[in-house]
Write a new protein. Structure first.
Length: 475
């Protein structure tokens, strides 16, 4: 059973739970792999020694509890100047002395920007080109997820339905844009549909399937690939042709047709004969529509956590299109881009130069700034915005979960294990990292580091990991 989501807790408690060093790793959602106890234990051993990888020394004091995050107005004032370039530091803070040498690592290539913000005050502690738009790769999913949560709320669910007409001769399977629809739920939908049909004496039907909720190109601009299925409103298991649940996988060329074909077989098993093969069609509308059955996705809060933890491209594109629908925009790449931008503008975030060509970050035309990413994360830490909390709880945990499970395992980055939560981003020549980290004195910092024209992810990733690890060890 899914564990309770952090956004459901009292807002102040949620932020404090993230900020306490001993409890720095908060519940990360129903798709995590049971690592939470280990995370907490590891965080405790690291926190009391300034992040060093050894047991706490006698006489050390517990990390102090930081003040709750400020009101939205205070955060907005602090972020108002976040779009500036150059290097800035908080008076008396030597973050620049710590970060500048690490940012000079040749592995990060010639283009690199950075932003570090105190999430409990909204104050920018360090910035290097923080307002400069860069190709974000998968860190753009933070923006996609924020827009969806803001527009729809954490309880929103995506429905897949069946509908028929007054004569009950044709059943239409209607896609709502849920890539997490699986064979178990599809079978339950078929059983419920069959029962509804039988109550009206219908035991033989034709089957149509409706993908009209989405508009525009089905294929991502990068073309067919194992990172993303054709973007359609109807699919099962994100169009995967194997038993995987995340990462790359062989994909169906027509997930909607495959889902409808499987549904026809399930209807037959439930005692309803399907005449011929399923065909594309439009569901009856208005008074002619007779609803039969539906199945709902997990709440949007859970979908966001999965998107961020596993860098799920299919879910990210679905979230962008759900945002488009909420804004009454065409649910395609262009409509989603406008809706995501407009929703983030409602949050008064620094959007100069931003471009949301897709929701997943696979498109190299995407542009966001480090200031935008830290601004979003700071909003998510604000107790006044508990609906954005899944942006924090869904971030992978350094050394433990998701796309950070295999990182933070060497001495140079060990202080970040269990205390760094971050979304990764990788394209050829692009390596990015954005998330939160708890400092030894219990402060919750939001950070974003974006590097371009990198020569190899094998040198860029360790260089990136050393940056938040340094924050985790910084007094």
């Amino acid at each position: 059973m899914p564990e309770p989501r952090t956004w459901q807790l009292a807002a102040g408690s949620a932020v404090l739970g993230l900020a306490l060093a001993a409890g720095a790793v908060a519940a990360a959602g129903p798709w995590d792999t049971g690592q939470r106890k280990a995370e907490r234990a590891r965080a405790v051993t690291l926190a009391t020694t300034g992040g060093a990888h050894h047991a706490g020394a006698p006489g050390t004091t517990a990390p102090r509890r930081p003040a709750p995050a400020p009101s939205a107005a205070g955060v907005l004032r602090a972020l108002g100047a976040a779009g500036t370039t150059g290097t800035t530091t908080r008076p008396g803070d030597d973050l620049a002395a710590t970060l500048v040498p690490l940012l000079a690592d040749p592995g990060l290539g010639p283009l690199r920007t950075a932003s570090v913000v105190d999430a409990t005050t909204g104050r920018q502690l360090y910035g290097e080109g923080a307002g400069t738009p860069m190709t974000p790769a998968s860190t753009i999913k933070i923006a996609t997820a924020a827009a969806a949560l803001s527009a729809l709320g954490p309880d929103h669910r995506i429905a897949t339905t069946t509908t028929t007409g007054p004569d009950r001769r044709t059943v239409t399977l209607v896609g709502g844009g849920d890539p997490t629809l699986d064979t178990t739920r599809l079978a339950a939908l078929a059983d419920a549909t069959a029962r509804a049909l039988k109550t009206h004496g219908a035991t033989s039907v034709r089957l149509a399937y409706d993908t009209g909720l989405y508009q525009g190109p089905v294929l991502h601009p990068i073309g067919p690939n194992e990172n993303l299925a054709p973007v359609t409103a109807l699919m099962t298991n994100a169009g995967r042709l194997d038993d995987s649940h995340s990462g790359t996988a062989p994909r169906s060329g027509d997930p909607a047709r495959d889902t409808a074909t499987a549904f026809a077989d399930l209807l037959h098993r439930a005692g309803v004969t399907v005449q011929g093969a399923p065909t594309p069609g439009k569901a009856p509308q208005g008074d002619r529509a007779v609803p039969l059955a539906r199945t709902d996705s997990a709440p949007l809060a859970d979908l966001v956590e999965r998107t961020l933890t596993h860098s799920d491209n299919d879910l990210a594109e679905a979230l962008a299109r759900q945002t488009a629908l909420a804004h009454r925009q065409p649910a395609g790449f262009a409509g989603a881009a406008k809706a995501v931008h407009d929703e983030l503008a409602r949050l008064r975030l620094p959007l100069a130069g931003s471009r949301f060509a897709d929701g997943s970050g696979l498109d190299r035309r995407d542009r966001v700034s480090a200031a935008l990413l830290t601004g979003i994360l700071t909003r998510a830490a604000d107790p006044a915005r508990p609906h954005l909390r899944p942006l924090l709880t869904g971030l992978p945990v350094g050394g433990f979960s998701g796309t950070l499970a295999g990182r933070y395992d060497d001495p140079a980055t060990a202080p970040g294990a269990g205390t760094v939560r971050a979304k990764t981003g990788t394209l050829k020549g692009v390596d990015t990292l954005a998330g939160t980290v708890v400092t030894p004195d219990g402060r919750l910092l939001a950070f974003a580091f974006l590097a371009g024209r990198t020569s190899s992810p094998y040198t860029a990733r360790p260089a990136l990991d050393r940056l938040p690890a340094a924050l985790a060890a910084h007094p």
